[in-house]
Design a binder for this molecule. Structure first.
Ligand code: FMN
Ligand code: PLP
Length: 214
C-alpha cells in the first residue's frame, strides 16, 4: 500500500540526566506535566492512553483525561461497567501512557487501581458541564446500542426531566486512582540513543532510580 521507510524525525530537543532529575517520580512528573501544559502546541497535555489487560490476555488501550494527580496517584473518571472498567475490576492494574511529541517525551506508568471514594466522584461529576453529566447518564459505555438516535432521544428526555434539578451521578460512573509502582521517563535523543530513567517503588516507600538502554 504505502512504504513509510523514510518517515522519521531526529529527536534532539532536550536530555534527561541523573543530576537534574527529582528523587521522587511524582515531582518529576509535575515538572514535565507543567511544561507540557504550558506548551501552546500541546492542546490536551492531560490526555493519556490507558491500557488494561482483557480476559483473552490481550491489552487494550484507549485515551482518557487525567483529572488530578497527587503523591498517591493519578485520577481519571469513567464508567465502571465499560470494557476498561471490567478489566480494572478483574486485574486492579493498568498502564498509563503520555506522549508529548512537541517535547519528544513519553511517560509510562504501571499502577494498581482502586475506585475513589463516592463523595469524591460526586464532587467531580457535579463540577462537569450539565451536558456531559447527562451524556454519562445516557451512555451505557462500551455496550452495543441500536443506533445514534437511541442516545439522542434519551438525551432529549433527560434534558427535560432534569431541567430544574440536579442530575444524580450514575452509580456506575466515577473515578479510579492509579497508584504507581513503576514510572519511566523517556526523552528522545539523536541516533536513537534516547534517555530512559525508570523509578521503581521498593518497600512502599523508596523509589529506586535506574537508567535503561534505549
Ligand atoms: C482525548 C480523549 C479523552 C477521553 N477521555 C475519556 C475519559 O476521561 N473518560 C472516559 O470514560 N472516556 C474518555 N474518552 C473515550 C475513551 O477513549 C473510550 O472510547 C471510552 O472510555 C470507552 O472505552 P472502553 O470501551 O475501552 O472502556 C476519551 C477519548 C479521547 C480521544
Ligand atoms: C466518554 C468520555 N467520558 C469522560 C470524558 C472526560 O470528560 P470531562 O473532562 O468532561 O470529565 C471524555 C472526554 O473526552 C469522554 O469522551
Amino acid at each position: 500500500m504505502e512504504n513509510l521507510h523514510d518517515k522519521r524525525k531526529v529527536y534532539e530537543k532536550s536530555q534527561l540526566i541523573e543530576s537534574e532529575i527529582k528523587q521522587n517520580p511524582i515531582e518529576q512528573f509535575r515538572d514535565w506535566f507543567l511544561e507540557a501544559s504550558e506548551n501552546p502546541n500541546i492542546s490536551e497535555a492531560n490526555a493519556m492512553a490507558v491500557s488494561t489487560v482483557e480476559e483473552d490476555g490481550c491489552p487494550r488501550t484507549r485515551m482518557v483525561l487525567l483529572k488530578e494527580y497527587t503523591f498517591e496517584g493519578f485520577i481519571f473518571y469513567t464508567n465502571y461497567d465499560s470494557r476498561k472498567g471490567k478489566s480494572i475490576e478483574n486485574t486492579h492494574k493498568a498502564c498509563l501512557h503520555f506522549f508529548w511529541p512537541n517535547l519528544e517525551r513519553q511517560i509510562i506508568i504501571k499502577a494498581n487501581l482502586e475506585r475513589i471514594a463516592e463523595n469524591l466522584s460526586d464532587g467531580y461529576f457535579h463540577s462537569r458541564p450539565k451536558g456531559s453529566q447527562l451524556g454519562a447518564v445516557v451512555s451505557p459505555q462500551s455496550q452495543e446500542i441500536p443506533n445514534k438516535e437511541y442516545l439522542e432521544q434519551k438525551l432529549k428526555q433527560l434534558e427535560k426531566e432534569y431541567e430544574n434539578s440536579e442530575i444524580p451521578r450514575p452509580e456506575n460512573w466515577g473515578g479510579y486512582i492509579a497508584k504507581p509502582y513503576e514510572i519511566e521517563f523517556w526523552q528522545g535523543r539523536p541516533n536513537r540513543l534516547h534517555d530512559r530513567i525508570i523509578y521503581q517503588l521498593i518497600d512502599d516507600l523508596d523509589w529506586k532510580i535506574s537508567r535503561l538502554a534505549p
